[in-house]
Write a protein that binds this ligand. Structure first.
Ligand code: COA
Length: 245
């Protein structure tokens, strides 16, 4: 199997700015088709015109882990205020402290990392090694049969079912790491106002109207146990190949 990854960037005052990224794990005979699809995607992104596109095609030599997909449900709200209150209640119900939830919203509303923030679910302390980079989730793929079935199902939920599939794949990998208690995600796309919270306990909960239209702030926060081994979580989320089934 092969890890195929694409990242597109543009330049502003000599500085490279990330535009989009996408990836998957494929058989060798699928690579040509996948590269073509990723190229179309790199050129088509709404967050600005790509000026550099980097493809990585890498054989996976280590064992590929299999994890279970989270179950999906949607909670609908009329305003960000209502949505955030519900998110807080849900996270508190599984033991995430008020302090940690406050710290998470502060990160999501004030800074943009190149990855996700790691927050101690009790103390609210930020644990990622580099506060500008954060931790990323890579080397992941949803099993093809499941992907097709869910795509049909999600077409009823969202105008962009592919986006839901990708986020669900990522959230399922994140939730499968033992020290992760929950995840909170708000898209940084100003037109996409549905976020999610996820955990092994309550699955993947889509949250409508989590932010106002036009707001380009967003990101991901992983609430984790203070006892996690940082080397292990970085290695698992960033480098261990995972198929979600
Ligand atoms: N946001 C911002 N910058 C990013 C980025 C992202 N999501 N992914 C990569 N970059 C930039 C960074 O500058 C990075 O350098 P850094 O490690 O110092 O931050 C540089 O590209 C190289 O990153 P690398 O991880 O080596 O890229 P890659 O070629 O292996 O591609 C992606 C990785 C882009 C495919 C992967 O990050 C991705 O986006 N996968 C899709 C799933 C997803 O959304 N994951 C991110 C969730 S946190």
């Amino acid at each position: 199997m092969w890890s195929v990854r694409m990242r597109a960037s543009r330049f502003e005052n000599g500085k490279e700015i990330h535009v989009s990224g996408a990836e998957g794990i494929f058989e060798q005979n699928q690579i040509g088709r996948v590269l073509r699809r990723l190229l179309i995607r790199a050129f088509d992104h709404k967050r600005g015109k790509a000026q550099r596109i980097v493809f990585t095609v890498e054989e996976i030599v280590e064992p590929i882990h299999e994890v279970k997909v989270l179950r999906v449900s949607t909670l609908e709200f009329n305003s960000p205020k209502e949505a955030k209150e519900a998110v807080k209640r849900k996270l508190e119900s599984i033991g995430v402290s008020k302090r940690a939830i406050f710290a998470a919203f502060e990160v999501l509303e004030s800074c943009s990392l190149r990855g996700a923030s790691l927050i101690d679910y009790l103390t609210g302390e930020r644990l990622e090694r580099d506060r500008e980079r954060g931790i990323r989730v890579s080397r992941l793929q949803m099993e093809q049969g499941l992907r097709k079935r869910l795509l049909r199902q999600f077409r009823r939920l969202s105008a962009e079912p592919q986006r839901v599939i990708e986020a669900l794949t990522l959230a399922s990998k994140v939730a499968s790491f033992d020290g992760v208690v929950a995840e909170l995600c708000i898209s940084d796309n100003p037109d996409y106002t549905t976020g999610y919270i996820s955990s092994r306990e309550f699955g993947y909960l889509r949250i409508t109207n989590i932010k106002e239209h036009g707001d380009s702030r967003g990101g991901r926060v992983f609430f984790v146990k203070g006892s996690i081994n940082l080397d292990e979580i970085y290695s698992y989320l960033e480098r261990t190949p995972v198929i979600v089934k």
